[in-house]
Design a protein around this ligand. Structure first.
Ligand SMILES: [Mn+2]
Length: 268
């Protein structure tokens, strides 16, 4: 298989440090995919898991080394922290081995459009209480987002794990689809508010490229189940890549020993 080169690659929700992380799949993906710019759209490292019990097999180092190597070789690598790697949120503008950390980024697409890149966890509380907040209006909406941030910080200080939207949504199977739709709508609204034509996010582990009332909604998916990434071609078109399917079709040998490591319930 030849290496594919893109203008931009977007990857999120790898959850390195959790046993469910498919790090070996990602390592293979990174071998065959390159880009001028790589955006890591949050929850790459699962700080919450690591805090509870240290789980860091060699393949996690390999992924990190691979990314650092790409950065050294001239790829611009930008790390946008999520809720599971929020310790990085204290370092906006910092560089680690050539990887820059940013809270949010406005990406100029090759199609001439602007794409707001963010992880997406700040909208959990809004999604949970969407109807009530719509009724109460803008002030309540903005306040809810602020409360979410403060509560997350308090929980963190108390050593409690971040409340996980997708784990919770999965429990409410019947409503899960509604919640995904609600999340998409809320995040697309945020992009609109900032004058962006589209938004690229992660967090809910549901990869898709979709139009939400004139705003392009793109979700990078995850590397604990579906092994997906978003690629931006030179001509500005976006492609959703499902690596597990491609790897199977190409019969690319994977490091089997990591593959069936005990699965744990995942957190978004
Ligand atoms: Mn997340």
């Amino acid at each position: 298989m030849d290496t594919r080169h893109f203008r931009t690659l977007f990857i999120s929700d790898v959850h390195l440090g959790s046993k469910a992380a498919k790090a070996d799949f990602l390592l293979d993906f990174l071998r065959y995919h390159d880009a001028d710019t790589i955006f890591l759209v949050g929850d790459i490292v699962d700080g919450w898991r690591l805090k509870r019990s240290w789980y860091w097999p060699q393949v996690c180092n390999d992924v990190v080394q691979k990314l650092l190597r790409k950065a050294r070789k001239g790829t611009r690598v930008v790390y946008i922290p999520g809720n599971h790697d929020e310790f990085l949120r204290d370092f906006p503008g910092m560089h680690f081995g050539g990887i820059e950390v940013a809270e949010r980024v406005m990406h100029d697409g090759a199609d001439g459009k602007k794409y707001l890149i963010l992880h997406g966890d700040e909208f959990d509380v809004v999604v949970r209480n969407a109807r009530l907040l719509a009724y109460l209006g803008d002030w309540a909406y903005d306040t809810a987002i602020k409360i979410n941030v403060v509560l997350a910080a308090i929980r963190r200080r108390m050593g409690m794990p971040y409340w996980s939207f997708s784990a919770w949504a999965k429990l409410q199977v019947k409503h899960a689809v509604n919640f995904i739709g609600e999340f998409q709508r809320v995040v697309a609204d945020e992009a609109r508010k900032h004058g962006a034509d589209g938004v690229i996010c992660g967090h809910i582990h549901h990869a898709v490229i979709e139009d939400m009332d004139g705003v392009r909604y793109i979700n990078t998916g995850d590397w604990v189940e579906s092994c997906t990434a978003i690629a931006e071609h030179e001509d500005g078109t976006f492609e959703l890549i499902t690596w597990s399917t491609i790897a199977d079709a190409q019969a690319i040998p994977l490091a089997i020993e990591h593959r069936d490591s005990e699965l744990e319930p995942q957190a978004a």
